[in-house]
Design a protein. Structure first.
Length: 339
């Protein structure tokens, strides 16, 4: 059962135990490659020390110490193999071994052991971070279905001031989940209609839930599940067939967006009033030019804003029917303003 509007529902089967926290660290390959570069640099450093002080070293063959000999000595030294066929005999060479080569050997071992320990403990570290995140997360936004629509919703939230760390993406597609984590979102892989998956997204403490799957039947089931697990969250769902809108409302959605009809209206408006479409697109694009906003009322309209509607006791009151002098502190004002 898919949860994104444009992702392959069969890619990366649902897993109920995967939470992907934002991860901007190096990939495992990059981390290992960087350690290898450091290790090689240490070997070359030791080889240069031996090469420059070759007069203080003796080879059991009696030959002068070449760069190849110095490199050989460095490799067997930092790995603590130490065959003993090349040894430091002068005081200067022995001091170099004490103050330069030995610290390099210790650092080399730290790199090797550190890589091994990190690989062994990475899973435990992730589980600990996930547990801590789940304990402290609160009033966040859960987006069920992180395809093009879900990602656009997240982008709009960020333009309106929501931090990416407050957005949790839920999707069955492994690639979508990985990309969401790379973009700085917390991501959960799994079917959003399953309680275990939404529980991983801390749905019980979410402020709002956005439902943007590729099928209405999936979306209705996700809506029912989300409402059951969080009776107070503000749920916004996208619907593809207008005849299904009442199912979302009965399932607990606060707002239902008819995506197909909205696009159709935009296309029709663009045919006869292209300038109006550009204005409307500007209104929908938060952070640029004009914007529609809903603000709390303190009894007055915010300076520089035009009052469009008043939401009083959950119902819209047309401006023509509301005396602005009688605005109440509990009213919600829909205003048009410059960003």
């Amino acid at each position: 059962m898919a949860t994104s509007d444009d992702s392959n529902p069969d890619a990366g089967g649902p897993r109920h135990d995967l939470v992907r926290l934002p991860d901007r660290r190096l990939t495992p390959f990059q981390a290992v490659a960087r350690r290898i570069v450091f290790a090689v640099a240490l070997v070359l450093f030791v080889a240069m020390v031996v090469r420059l002080g070759r007069g203080g070293y003796v080879d059991i063959t009696g030959d002068p110490i070449s760069f190849g000999d110095a490199l050989y000595y460095a490799s067997v030294t930092v790995t603590t193999t130490g065959y003993g066929d090349i040894t430091a005999v002068s005081s200067g060479a022995r001091m170099a071994t004490v103050f330069l080569i030995t610290p390099a050997r210790i650092l080399f071992l730290i790199l090797v052991v550190g890589t091994t320990v990190e690989v062994l403990t990475d899973q435990s570290r992730r589980e600990l971070l996930t547990k801590r995140w789940r304990q402290r997360v609160n009033n966040h936004y859960v987006i069920c279905g992180f395809g093009a629509t879900g990602h656009s919703a997240a982008a709009d939230l960020m333009r309106r001031g929501v931090d990416p760390s407050e957005i949790v993406a839920v999707d069955v597609n492994q690639d979508v989940v990985d990309q969401a984590g790379h973009d700085g979102f917390v991501a959960v892989q799994g079917d959003a209609s399953v309680q275990a998956v939404l529980r991983q997204a801390a749905i019980g403490r979410a402020k709002a839930v956005i439902i943007a799957p590729n099928r209405d039947d999936t979306a209705v089931l996700v809506t029912l599940t989300a409402r059951e697990m969080n009776p107070t969250a503000h749920i916004v769902a996208g619907v593809k067939e207008q005849e299904n809108m009442h199912l979302f409302l009965q399932g607990g959605a606060n707002e239902v967006i008819d995506a197909t009809a909205a696009v159709g209206r935009m296309l029709g408006l663009g045919t006869y009033a292209p300038g109006a479409v550009r204005v409307l697109d500007d209104l929908l694009d938060a952070g640029k030019g004009l914007e529609l906003a809903e603000v709390d009322s303190d009894g007055t309209v915010p300076p520089g804003a035009t009052l469009v509607a008043v939401i009083r006791e959950g119902r819209r009151q047309p401006v023509a029917q509301v005396d602005q002098a009688s605005l109440r502190p509990g009213d919600r004002l829909v205003v048009l303003r410059e960003t």
